[in-house]
Design a protein around this ligand. Structure first.
Ligand SMILES: C[S@@+](CC[C@H](N)C(=O)[O-])C[C@H]1O[C@@H](n2cnc3c(N)ncnc32)[C@H](O)[C@@H]1O
Length: 225
């Protein structure tokens, strides 16, 4: 993928990246911050923590991108004194310089932000500790090449839209991801389609329709039975 990337401002004032080659933003044009908080932190992480009395949580993200979902999740876990193990899958990692232009330091405690920018290159090569309670690793590979012996409590599925990158939403991709979810674990994504619901149901998930982030009526949460 040839990176033709530029920074743009979304409706809530937070920034995102536009990939001209794919013709797609990294987040909703209706607000990057509100989407990340609504879909991933609230409907994913906070939902899981409300259902499970735990001091440890593991998250797998498909499409790590800028790391906004990671930063907000790490901050939430630090506040709740929960240990977070976070693995991002990213085929086309951004440069640390590009990340430093997102302005996400406005939504992240200074210590976490500094630690993130410092350790980002190392996280692309292996697991790093940030902030004392948070392990971050970024698998620099395509989704279908990602392998792990681990299963995760939560999957954040944040691929580009199916209209732009259909192969990320097909049976092969979704069944590959589904294998990394623990029984009782949660899969969340910003979109919902009949096809996605049918695939996840056939893979042993219970489907929930959840009110969507701004600009979307509904999103999907699925629980592995
Ligand atoms: C919607 S953006 C993710 C935004 C990201 N979660 C964030 O908060 O910035 C989709 C991401 O998927 C990545 N991607 C594209 N094809 C991929 C593939 N085959 N495997 C893994 N990641 C891929 C893109 O490079 C991009 O970073």
């Amino acid at each position: 993928m040839n990176h033709q990337l530029s920074i743009v401002t979304t409706a809530d004032g937070s920034k995102t990246i536009y990939n001209a080659q794919v013709g797609e933003l990294y987040h909703s044009r209706n607000g990057a911050l509100q989407e990340s908080l609504h879909v991933f932190v609230n409907a994913g992480l906070n939902y899981f923590l409300d259902q499970n009395d735990t001091k440890e949580v593991s998250i797998l993200e498909v499409g790590f991108g800028t790391g906004l979902n990671f930063l907000l999740s790490a901050d939430a876990c630090t506040t709740k004194q929960i240990n977070l193990t976070y693995t991002g899958i990213e085929a086309y990692p951004l440069t640390a310089q590009m990340m430093s232009q997102t302005g996400y330091d406005d939504y992240t405690p200074a210590e976490l932000w500094e630690s993130y920018l410092t350790h980002y290159p190392a996280a692309l090569a292996g697991s790093v500790n940030l902030n004392g309670n948070c392990q971050l690793q970024i698998a620099n590979c395509k989704l279908l090449d990602f392998q792990s012996g681990q299963q995760y409590d939560i999957v954040y599925f944040d691929a580009f839209a199916a209209s732009r990158q259909p192969e990320m939403w097909d049976q092969q991709a979704i069944s590959h991801v589904a294998g990394f979810v623990k029984p009782g674990g949660v899969f969340v994504t910003y979109a919902i389609t009949g096809n996605l619901k049918r695939m996840l149901k056939s893979l042993g998930f219970q489907i929930e329709k959840v009110p969507g982030a701004a600009g979307k009526r509904e999103m999907l949460r699925a629980i592995k039975l």
